[in-house]
Design a protein. Structure first.
Lengths: 106, 106
DNA sequence: ATTTAGTACTTGACAAAACCAAGTACTAGA
DNA sequence: TCTAGTACTTGGTTTTGTCAAGTACTAAAT
């Protein structure tokens, strides 16, 4: 998969996923991987960055299957940024796809 | 516009544009700008890179309206890479958009 | 009891691609 | 002669993803 296409989109995927339920990092890695090929070393830094920018709040919970889990919860400003990024992505991908259609390439 | 979404896509746009006609850099800057906000310092390095990778051949032609123009011509391997990148983009954007649809966000 | 596999998170060095700003240089028209 | 428009180049910076390695916990197999 083209690495470059992912830039910025991974953030959006995570924001959308966290809108429904709080999740912990490892869980997000698994979910995001179903959509785009990605590894832990990519997701965790995004979670840290977006937490620093206060789009997420975190709390921990113990697990009976392994080490303690750190959960991420979308804040109000996180919801706003999600809306913004989603809109940007839609406009962007639509304008590219429209260009491709007009260019009549296949 | 979100800078990150452009990564990799600008190459694709240029490849598609050059499939139809040879063009010079400044012309490509103007055309690409109609689709995504972009500036010269972004386009010229892409042209140089793709020329080094022999996806383009170049030749120059004088102009009566300014300095000499460097034209870019898509090679056979350039066409192949265009096909490949186009396919990758379609698959990528479709999988993201499908996820968005399923997530029922708006 | 110890090893192994699966779960869970962190970090550091690196690479790719876009940005901005500035510089060079040519032509045409005021 | 100056200015605006055309045309290309380069250098430093930022952002974001990759890979690899490391830490550490639990449960099941040896």
């Amino acid at each position: 998969m083209n690495t470059q296409y992912k830039k910025g989109v991974l953030e959006l995927l995570i924001l959308i996923m966290l809108e429904k339920n709080d999740m912990y990092g490892y869980e997000l890695v698994a979910l995001v991987s179903k959509i785009v090929n990605v590894n832990e070393g990519t997701i965790y830094p995004i979670l840290k960055r977006l937490t620093n920018e206060s789009y997420f709040e975190t709390y921990t919970k113990e697990s009976s299957e392994g080490p303690i889990r750190k959960y991420y919860h979308l804040t109000a400003s996180g919801k706003l940024i999600k809306d913004k990024k989603l809109k940007e992505w839609k406009e962007f991908s639509e304008s590219i796809n429209e260009f491709i259609r007009k260019s009549d390439v296949n």
